[in-house]
Every structure is written in structure tokens, then in C-alpha cells.
Design a protein around this ligand. Structure first.
Ligand SMILES: Nc1ncnc2c1ncn2[C@@H]1O[C@H](COP(=O)(O)OP(=O)(O)O)[C@@H](O)[C@H]1O
Ligand SMILES: [Mg+2]
Length: 357
């Protein structure tokens, strides 16, 4: 699939802008803080219904305006489609897919399939579990909108259980335990399935990136076995949860770990090993999406040449030869040196929210 046109109105530092994209490589270059990442953010927003930088949607609206519109025209399965988003500072959001208003994010995700790689990703294997869960949740949600729906339901139940813990409404806990365990069973099944799929891909990708020197393993860190035992665990934790005022076990606490040659990457990995491992994960993500939707996802590369060396960048380009790519950079020469891109490339100079093709 590919994005054909992006229209932005009052989005971040863009007043009104139409961007016609090339089906292959698109490079957005310019100094810092000119609006390069903002373009990727608009696309991500249209794909997933949220930003990768902020939870506050009002931040996306231009400082001097009350509303913002994004209109994305994309081609998938040889058909042209449109996603339209209207944001208002009064916190209202309207999303239309091909003219039809949708009510849930889970109805939006999966229409535009994309993978984003940004400098922030470099550290996801080092930091706390939140970013890793997000990686997994975004991947699965794109392919199984039902998963996003179930996860949203899970979070609502979790909020209710946590409220009961805080108010010490002990009599309601049984109900929340039961509902949480039911949702947990569904979420666990999806996560297990996709961790297994990632492992399958990593097994091939990672040795290729490391001259066969490294073997990689992904481990799903979960305390869920089946619904019954999870219910018991929730019950057993009740006193502790009441003391802490929140639910200490469940989908919202899960994680995954990466082993390199059977040793924890987090504990023993070098900076370079972290970079290669995250690269392998991103390539696995691209391949899984491609396999399942039977089309190429769009790849967004935010400032990657600042973080990845030439060989690592080449290994990405090698996978995405016929994909649509949107690349941001400050130094155009850092991108133009890759011959594999220059055959079909469109350049956009970004300067204070103005774009020169
Ligand atoms: N809501 C907004 N209204 C107007 N300008 C904004 C808004 N949000 C961010 N900006 C501006 O956008 C610029 C940052 O854009 P960004 O795409 O992150 O830059 P870069 O080109 O470095 O990737 C900054 O100049 C910032 O002031
Ligand atoms: Mg940027």
C-alpha cells in the first residue's frame, strides 16, 4: 500500500499544506524544529488514532487556531481510500473512513498499515516495559483491530477494579476479577501468538545482521497460564492490591525480554547489540505485517541516520526495496549517498511549516 496525498490544515506548525507523495522514497529534509516529524505524526495519527508523541490531542492543533484537519488519501488493494480527521480544541474528534464516521479507534486501525522507526525506539529494550508493550500492542492492533477493542475493554475494567481498590469497595472485587480474567485470557492468546511470530522472523533476520554471530530469543514475560489460575492469582493478590491501591498483575504489567546467545540483552548487551536487536525487531514487524495484509506497509524513518550507522541503515533499505518510505533528516547528503534509494526519490525541503518539493 502507499500514501498518495496528505492534506494538513492547522496541524502543528502547518497552516494549510498538500503533500503529494511518491510511491517509493520520500525525503523530508531541513533544520531542526521545522516540521519534519510533524508530517510523520499526522500519518501515524491517521493510522492509529493517536500520536506517538503526545496523549493531548489539543497539542496537535496549531497554536493560533481552534481546530485542525488531516486528510489522507491512500491506495490499498489497488483502491483509493480516504481518512479524514477533524480535531477541535474543545476535545472533540471526528474520524471518517471513506466518508463514513467511525466511533471507535478499533474501527480506524488496520486501514493504513505502517511501521515507524525513530531514535526513541533505540532505547525500548533498555527502558521500562511500557514501550515494549506499546510495540507489541501497536503491531497486533494494526493486524487485529479486535485486539485493540479488547485491550480498551480490559483497561476500562482495570480502571474500575483500581477504583474499587482505592475506595475499598471489597464487595465489588469479585465481579472485576472475573471480568478482568476473561479479557486477560483473550489478550494473552493474541500476545502469545504474535510473540511466537516475532520469534520465527527474528530467527532468520538476526543472524543475517550479525554475520551469524548472534542468536536471538524473545521471551514473553507473563504470569498468565489459564483463566482459572489467573483468577486465583487476582484473589491471592487482593490484600496486596488493596494496600497498594492498584492491580499488580495483568496485561498492563506484562513484558518481553530479548536474549542474545542466551544472555539477557538488557543486562549484558552493548550499545551496538541493542541497536541491532531493535533493528531486527522492526524488520520482523515489517515482515509480519506484509505477510498478513499481503501488501507492503508504509515505512516511516524519523531521523534514523543520526542513530544508525551505514550498514544498519542499508539492512533496512534492503528489506523495503519496493515499499513506500518517508524519511526525515537534517543532512540530505546522509540519505543521497544510498544508491538504492536515488532511483525513485522525491525530495521535500521543510522550512518553518512550509514545504518546497
Ligand atoms: N501545536 C503547534 N502549533 C504550532 N507549532 C507547533 C505546534 N506543535 C509543535 N509546533 C512546532 O513544530 C516544530 C517542531 O516540529 P517537528 O516536526 O518536531 O520538527 P523537526 O523538523 O525537527 O522534526 C517546532 O517549531 C514547534 O514549535
Ligand atoms: Mg524531528
Amino acid at each position: 500500500m502507499y500514501i498518495k496525498e496528505v492534506y494538513l490544515k492547522n496541524f502543528r506548525n502547518y497552516k494549510e499544506q498538500i503533500i503529494n507523495l511518491n510511491e517509493n522514497a520520500n525525503v523530508f529534509y531541513g533544520n531542526n524544529a521545522q516540521g519534519k516529524t510533524n508530517i510523520l505524526e499526522a500519518l501515524y495519527f491517521a493510522a492509529l488514532g493517536r500520536s506517538f508523541r503526545t496523549y493531548k490531542e489539543s497539542e496537535l492543533i496549531n497554536f493560533n487556531n481552534e481546530y485542525s484537519n488531516i486528510l489522507i488519501t491512500y491506495v490499498k488493494d489497488n483502491k483509493e481510500n480516504k481518512i479524514e480527521i477533524s480535531l477541535n480544541k474543545k476535545n472533540s474528534k471526528i474520524i471518517k473512513v471513506n466518508g463514513i464516521k467511525i466511533n471507535k479507534n478499533s474501527e480506524l486501525v488496520g486501514n493504513i498499515n505502517l511501521v515507524i522507526f525513530s531514535p526513541d525506539d533505540i532505547t525500548i529494550l533498555k527502558q521500562g516495559p511500557q514501550q515494549r508493550r506499546k510495540f507489541l500492542d501497536v503491531l497486533i492492533s494494526q493486524l487485529k483491530p479486535k485486539y485493540m477493542f479488547e485491550l480498551t475493554e480490559y483497561n476500562k475494567i482495570l480502571e474500575s477494579r483500581n477504583a474499587s481498590l482505592k475506595n475499598r469497595s471489597i464487595e465489588t472485587l469479585d465481579i472485576w476479577n472475573e471480568q478482568l480474567a476473561s479479557k486477560m485470557e483473550i489478550i494473552h492468546k493474541y500476545r502469545k501468538e504474535y510473540i511466537d511470530k516475532i520469534q520465527e522472523k527474528l530467527k532468520v533476520i538476526h543472524p543475517g545482521l550479525t554475520n551469524n554471530k548472534e542468536e536471538i530469543t524473545i521471551i514473553y514475560k507473563t504470569n498468565f497460564k489459564d483463566k482459572e489460575s489467573f483468577l486465583e492469582l487476582l484473589k491471592k493478590n487482593e490484600q496486596n492490591d488493596l494496600f497498594k491501591g492498584f492491580t499488580t498483575e495483568g496485561a498492563h504489567r506484562e513484558d518481553f525480554e530479548i536474549l542474545i546467545n542466551n544472555k539477557s540483552l538488557n543486562l549484558y548487551g552493548s550499545q551496538g547489540q541493542h541497536r541491532t536487536a531493535i533493528l531486527s525487531l522492526k524488520i520482523a514487524e515489517l515482515k509480519i505485517i506484509k505477510e498478513e495484509i499481503e501488501e507492503n506497509p508504509v515505512l516511516l524513518l524519523d531521523d534514523v541516520t543520526s542513530e544508525l550507522d551505514e550498514q544498519r541503515v542499508l539492512s533496512i533499505f534492503d528489506v523495503v526495496k519496493d515499499y513506500q518510505i518517508l524519511i526525515t533528516c537534517t543532512d540530505l547528503a546522509q540519505i543521497l549517498k544510498y544508491d538504492c534509494l536515488t532511483k525513485n526519490i522525491k525530495l521535500f525541503n521543510i522550512n518553518s511549516g512550509n514545504i518546497l518539493e
